[in-house]
Design a binder for this molecule. Structure first.
Ligand code: NAD
Ligand code: UFG
Length: 352
């Protein structure tokens, strides 16, 4: 593994990674470690397992990094972390992300996502840590009036989960207005898929997956019988929904690029960027790509549209390219190949 030190020539940088044991967090840890950055993780394992962290450490050949098991809403714990560790910046993944659950339990989502972020920002302010990279989502664009989607498009939320992302974007905007020294990146992810090419870490959803690629993977491995395709009458080339799927490794690298960008005088202190490929694929295109790389047949049926789904959603990623020097490198074949590699090697996710 090649190790260089892009952030600081003279000493190891520490980045606090909230939610570091989760899907995107664990892949980001690998990218941080391979860039010579020392991650400190806080996670309460509400939607993840310590096994993912053990695997990141073995994958990177690193000493197990520092883990604080606990909740970002625990101000006492945050105070201890910022006192004990020399932290320069925060990558903030911790939060709940299931849209349907957020409709049933909105207060839990507001408390965890919004309340948790406020506690985190209070602790950062108290300890003079003023750099944060936040996981926002393309969901903040609601039903876009056109595509590709640019960062200045109107924002709206159609469910409590999406509203938490909007609210946090507003909170961070207000915070920056009070003190422009804050360096804040709002990274709006499109549809993260795939896994590390080693097959050692990947996405491990609880129960029956809501998202397309994990569902297809479980059909391919024989744990689910068939895929229901939600809608075949959208105004898209084949009638199925179109999304901007982005390989999780590309997405993870976007975070390293964001931290690096903040070291340049020419980059503004407040960044809002799309992290997507700029290319949309339909559900049927994803099914066929997965079949090609896995050699498996994915049985499917057409079903009614899913409430809240939009027809087409894909990014204009030009701003991320210009400001962060980042662009997605991995295509649909790699996304499906790596999702299948992970699923076939770990049919029970991190449980085995
Ligand atoms: P994930 O559920 O795999 O990871 C989130 C991690 O945060 C988990 O390890 C969980 O245990 C932890 N966590 C949750 N609440 C916590 C709390 N209060 N204190 C400490 N730890 C807590 O999700 P992910 O897919 O890795 O997503 C990471 C972030 O990216 C989330 O904020 C999510 O909303 C956002 N995002 C995800 C997607 C996606 O499709 N995966 C798309 C857009 C945005
Ligand atoms: N789909 C199916 N069958 C399934 C699952 C999904 O046909 O079993 C279709 C959907 O209708 C959609 C496409 O596959 O057309 C992608 O659906 P996903 O659930 O994988 O992703 P979404 O675009 O609906 O939502 C995801 C995250 C949200 C996030 C959003 C934008 O789940 O949290 O991307 O970032 F807000």
């Amino acid at each position: 593994m090649s190790v260089n030190h892009p952030f600081n020539e003279t000493r190891t940088t520490s980045v606090l990674v909230t939610g570091g044991a989760g899907y995107i967090g664990s892949h980001t840890l690998v990218e941080l470690l391979s860039n010579g950055v020392r991650p400190i993780v806080i996670d309460n394992f509400e939607n993840s397992s310590p096994e993912s962290l053990r695997r990141v450490a073995s994958l990177c050949g690193s000493e197990p990094f520092t883990l604080y098991e606990g909740d970002i809403r625990d101000s006492g714990l945050l105070d201890r972390i910022f006192s004990e560790q020399k932290i320069e910046s925060v990558i903030h993944f911790a939060g709940l992300k299931a849209v349907g659950e957020s409709v049933r339990e909105p207060l839990r989502y507001y408390d965890n996502n919004v309340g948790g972020t406020v506690k985190l920002l209070e602790a950062m302010q108290a300890h003079d840590v003023q750099t944060i990279v936040f996981s926002s989502s393309a969901t903040v664009y609601g039903d876009p009036h056109t595509t590709p989607i640019k960062e200045d498009f109107p924002r709206s939320a159609v469910n409590p989960y999406g509203r938490t992302k909007l609210m946090i974007e507003e909170i961070l905007t207000d915070l920056h207005a009070t003190d422009p020294k804050w360096k804040i990146a709002l990274l709006r992810y499109f549809n993260p898929v795939g896994a590390h090419p080693s097959g050692v870490i990947g996405e491990d959803p609880n129960g029956i997956p809501n998202n397309l690629l994990p569902f297809i993977s479980k059909v391919a491995v024989g744990q689910l019988e068939e895929l229901s395709i939600f809608g075949d009458d959208y105004p898209t080339p084949d009638g199925t929904g179109v999304r901007d799927y982005i390989h999780v490794v590309d997405l993870a690298r976007g975070h390293v690029h964001a931290l690096r960008a903040f070291q340049k005088e020419t980059v503004p202190n407040f960044l809002t960027v799309n992290l997507g490929t700029g290319r949309g694929y339909s559900v049927l295109e994803m099914v066929h790509a997965f079949e090609r790389v896995s050699g498996k047949t994915i049985p499917y049926e057409f079903a009614a549209r899913r409430a809240g789904d939009v027809a087409t959603c894909f990014a204009d990623p030009a701003l991320a390219n210009r400001l962060l020097g980042w662009s997605a490198q991995l295509g649909i074949e790699e996304m499906c190949r790596d999702a299948w590699n992970w699923q076939s090697k770990n049919p029970e996710g991190f449980k085995r």
